[in-house]
Design a protein around this ligand. Structure first.
Ligand SMILES: *[C@@H]1O[C@H](CO)[C@@H](O)[C@H](O)[C@H]1NC(C)=O
Ligand SMILES: *[C@@H]1O[C@H](CO)[C@@H](O)[C@H](O)[C@H]1NC(C)=O
Ligand SMILES: *[C@@H]1O[C@H](CO)[C@@H](O)[C@H](O)[C@H]1NC(C)=O
Ligand SMILES: *[C@@H]1O[C@H](CO)[C@@H](O)[C@H](O)[C@H]1NC(C)=O
Ligand SMILES: *[C@@H]1O[C@H](CO)[C@@H](O)[C@H](O)[C@H]1NC(C)=O
Ligand SMILES: *[C@@H]1O[C@H](CO)[C@@H](O)[C@H](O)[C@H]1NC(C)=O
Length: 572
């Protein structure tokens, strides 16, 4: 029994990491997107016990059975989820725990965000010769970018099923318990439950987006539904192919740049590093398919070497602009294979430095697209990215991410002067309604060919699910324009930085931003109360583009009136 209780904490953390985080329950707590509630001591005891059991020869089967028992006994999840998630994840987790050379505290830090023991730092060579920084010169041609993220459409979404069901993800035909609180799934998605949308909601968004005439489309990942415990490689491939097919149906000629989300694999988050290929793990089931699908979006054959190697590429869809699509899963703490080797797996950042150098030499501007915001990645990966962003601040015109499902931004600062903003990452709100939000997408107007390729305007479109489910047209009206809503003179990093610091004190501005962050909840219950601690925790990630630099966050805290200076809890 003692062993069971110790292991219990580990299994809780693991399953939470895999299910709750992947799923979005914790979205209800805006500041701690990826926090898992297991302390360092508990985690240490649990991981040490598992490693001890492995070292005395416990078999995969024995540990799996134990984990399933614990999950079911303690009612962590409904029984079928316990069985399937453990069966899916346990072989890889045990392999990693059995193989990693890092100590238990580091395992806990990476897996669960508990103990403060980071993976050893590593660094890349940052090319010298940084040109003088001059303000961008805006020309007069506009280029329009459609940004779709976290579409997660569920091919088995079924209208009329339970949207707040016993499973971690709902709106499927599951015979779960009906109570007097049950909310049934509407035609276009669920306002209140834990559901991904049906395909028709994606189609409705694309129908509206088509009328806005984008010149290019950025899709920043997470295409498969949140039923992570039951997905197969075949399901992931189908979501990649089917999402691309529906986008092509509405946009037969528009270039499309994709990037890989943490949901583009099974088990979710798992991207094996080359070191484990000899032991039979690989991404061969996915990367070759991307060549076909991404090639159909316009990525040229010459860009495919790195797609085959690591799921990333660079591509110039129009003269003057180079799009760099990163696979940030090689820097994401939930990818347990990084406990085997986290030092630039597949050589991605070394490659990126060269791509940026070549772009600079060619006088091109770069848009970086990636799924997870850089400030949430592992320390060294995050910091190295910031070194490159600082070095190439005159070349990188903007960064586009998703993952959060929420609508926000994240600032990157000069690594040698963290009061000087050098870049801004735009988060597109998710098209999935999962996380209690309205399906949304983003359009940018950028300074186009011959110009600076900086973002001039950011327009967000959201569906009101309440209205659509009641029978209205499935419309995606304009929710807001960033320059108008926040009264910004331009969307350069310095203006965003001013806005974020203004929000420490300006309640109206904060509430405006906070409302957008929740993407106009379909039928809004009151927004959660956000007092000083909540406000500081909310604003900190907005200034936290470098995971290793807490200082901008401390400046925020010092400015929020009434902020109670508590000891930092660890936050991803
Ligand atoms: C753990 O590693 C040892 C030694 O390499 C091996 O004999 C054992 O089978 C492994 N256990 C599991 C569960 O993989
Ligand atoms: C549905 O749930 C009820 C009540 O739990 C159960 O009696 C019934 O057998 C279930 N039906 C199916 C098809 O699983
Ligand atoms: C729902 O049912 C529970 C238990 O049967 C009861 O306590 C509760 O008051 C009911 N809620 C509503 C809104 O009827
Ligand atoms: C840091 O950046 C700020 C804002 O651009 C600037 O005012 C300041 O002079 C810089 N400090 C140093 C030491 O360069
Ligand atoms: C969505 O529509 C409902 C029903 O008309 C309305 O009550 C709600 O305020 C709308 N939500 C937003 C964010 O406009
Ligand atoms: C919070 O408290 C710590 C320790 O007492 C102190 O070092 C830090 O400067 C304080 N931060 C703010 C923003 O007041």
């Amino acid at each position: 029994m003692y062993l069971k209780i110790i292991l219990y904490t580990c299994i809780v953390a693991l399953l939470q990491g895999q299910l709750l985080v992947a799923h979005g329950f914790i979205f209800q707590s805006p500041e701690h997107e990826e926090k898992v509630d297991v302390g360092c001591r508990e985690c240490h005891a649990a991981v040490a016990s598992i490693e001890e059991l492995l070292s005395v020869g416990a078999s995969e089967q024995e540990l799996e059975t134990l984990a399933i028992e614990i999950c079911i006994d303690f009612h962590l999840f409904i029984d079928d989820v316990c069985v399937e998630m453990v069966q899916l994840a346990a072989p890889q987790v045990l392999y990693v725990l059995n193989t990693t050379e890092h100590d238990v505290d580091t395992v806990c830090h990476v897996f669960f965000g508990t103990c403060k023991s980071t993976l050893p730092p590593w660094s890349i060579d940052v090319p010298g010769g940084k040109p003088d920084v001059v303000p961008p010169v805006v020309g007069d041609s506009t280029y329009r970018i459609l940004h779709l993220s976290d579409t997660h459409f569920d091919p088995e979404y079924t209208e009329g099923t339970i949207s707040n069901c016993d499973h971690p993800s709902c709106c499927r035909d599951w015979n779960d318990t009906i109570t007097n609180d049950t909310v049934f799934a509407g035609r276009w998605g669920s306002e209140r439950g834990s559901c991904d949308p049906p395909l028709r909601t994606v189609e409705a968004a694309l129908e509206v987006a088509r009328t806005l005439n984008p010149d290019i489309i950025y899709v920043t990942g997470d295409l498969s539904p949140h039923v992570v415990w039951m997905l197969t490689e075949e399901d992931i491939r189908a979501s990649v192919v089917d999402t691309a097919a529906v986008i092509r149906r509405y946009f037969p000629d528009t270039p499309v740049a994709y990037t890989l989300g943490n949901h583009e694999t099974v088990p979710v988050n798992s991207f094996p590093v080359p070191d484990v290929y000899p032991d039979g793990y690989s991404m061969d089931w996915l990367y070759p398919l991307l060549e076909t699908v991404w090639g159909d979006g316009g990525v040229p054959e010459s860009a495919m070497d790195t797609v085959r190697r690591g799921g990333y590429y660079h591509w110039s869809p129009v003269p003057g602009l180079r799009v760099v699509s990163l696979n940030v899963n090689y820097g994401y703490h939930e990818n347990w294979f990084l406990l085997i080797n986290h030092v630039d797996p597949t050589g991605q950042l070394e490659w990126l430095a060269q791509v940026l150098l070549n772009a600079e030499a060619a006088g091109e501007k770069v848009h970086i697209i990636g799924h997870i915001p850089i400030g949430s990645l592992l320390e060294a990966f995050s910091h190295n990215m910031n070194l490159l962003i600082t070095r190439f601040e005159s070349t990188i015109a903007a960064i586009f991410v998703g993952h959060s499902h929420f609508d926000k931004v994240q600032l990157h600062w000069d690594v040698d002067n963290n009061t000087r903003p050098v870049s801004i990452a735009y988060f597109a709100p998710s098209l999935s309604s999962d996380g209690l939000k309205s399906p949304s997408f983003r359009m940018y107007e950028v300074d186009g060919p011959g110009g600076s390729w900086t973002v001039l305007e950011s327009l967000t479109y959201s569906m009101n699910l309440t209205l659509a489910n009641a029978g209205a047209d499935p419309a995606f009206p304009l929710a807001y324009s960033a320059t108008e809503a926040y009264d910004l003179p331009d969307l350069w990093p310095a203006s965003w930085a001013d806005l974020v610091f203004q929000m420490t004190e300006d309640d109206d501005l904060f509430n405006e931003f906070y409302g957008h962050y929740w993407s106009f909840w379909a039928d809004p219950p009151e927004l959660p109360d956000c007092g000083p601690e909540c406000r500081a925790d909310f604003l900190c990630p907005l200034v936290g583009g470098d995971r290793t630099d807490d200082e901008p966050c401390l400046r925020i805290k010092a400015l929020v009136p009434g902020y109670y200076n508590v000891t930092e809890s660890f936050v991803y």
